[in-house]
Design a binder for this molecule. Structure first.
Ligand SMILES: Nc1ncnc2c1ncn2[C@@H]1O[C@H](COP(=O)(O)OP(=O)(O)O)[C@@H](O)[C@H]1O
Ligand SMILES: [Mg+2]
Length: 240
């Protein structure tokens, strides 16, 4: 007879018990009923109602600095949109610090870089980690990613993707990195992701000015690490 304890261990793979595992940030998959997943669904609803006459399709996620939760928000928002039967593409455009491949536990051997510079076909590169959700990872690292992201090829690529998806989520670098504002200007709307424990008002206003300066349409902010209890932190969105 099987020992019940060893059976439990076999179900829970070691990977999912490691605390530093990026897949644990995919709360909408592994903890869909938790408070953080609720918050991502709220963000999804807010997005549905943002600019109701011309709903934004290409949404760029950026932040004031690194590590504020852009990738986590892009991934979880993408999952909740796919769960609502939307056809979604997530692009990892943070070529210096790509993270989406770790969150979805897929290989980063090829990605956006190969599409934009190498001429790879998008169908050869994208993955579908969740039904309805396509992911294009960043791909191999480059000496000068800004050049690739500010190229006309990227704008053309986004235009090609537009009719094929309900939503294209662009995980961009922080605003201080030059390619980010170029990406923001190419999107229909921008979500500014903030770490509520860390981001100060001054740099946030500066980031908003940079985005508005290139004509980006800032839909609102997503505030991370917003304490709702001693143990849980949850994203909070404020779209206008
Ligand atoms: N809502 C949240 N509450 C607490 N920690 C979070 C939240 N969202 C992201 N994080 C943590 O912040 C870190 C950076 O997140 P990440 O999404 O990689 O940031 P970025 O893409 O902006 O660099 C990760 O360790 C992640 O676990
Ligand atoms: Mg990131």
């Amino acid at each position: 007879m099987t020992d019940p304890q060893s059976k439990t261990l076999a179900v829970s793979s070691p990977k999912h018990r490691r605390r530093d595992d990026a897949t644990l940030d995919l709360v909408t998959v592994y903890d869909p009923t938790g408070a953080a997943s609720d918050a991502y669904r709220m963000l999804r609803t807010n997005l549905f109602y943002a600019l109701i006459d011309s709903p934004p399709k290409i949404i760029v996620l950026t932040s004031v600095s690194f590590g504020e939760g852009k990738s986590t928000t892009a991934a979880n928002l993408g999952v909740t949109l796919a769960q609502a039967d939307k056809n979604v593409l997530i692009l990892d455009c943070d070529l210096r610090r790509p993270r989406l491949h770790s969150m979805f536990d897929v290989s980063n051997t090829n990605g956006l870089v190969d599409i934009l510079s190498g001429g790879s076909r998008v169908e050869e590169v994208w993955r579908e980690p969740i039904p309805g959700l396509k992911l294009i990872c960043a791909g191999p690292s480059l000496p000068n990613p800004a050049e690739l992201l500010s190229s006309r090829r990227l704008a053309e690529f986004l235009a090609e993707m537009r009719p094929r998806f309900d939503y294209v989520l662009v995980d961009a670098p922080p605003v201080g990195v030059s390619d980010s504002v170029v990406l923001a200007a190419n999107g229909d709307g921008v979500l500014l992701v903030l770490d509520s424990q860390r981001t100060r008002k001054g740099p946030m206003r500066q980031a908003l000015r940079s985005l508005q300066g290139v004509g980006a349409n800032v839909l609102g902010t997503v505030m991370n690490s917003f304490e709702v209890s001693r143990r849980k932190t949850t994203p909070y969105s404020n779209l206008h």
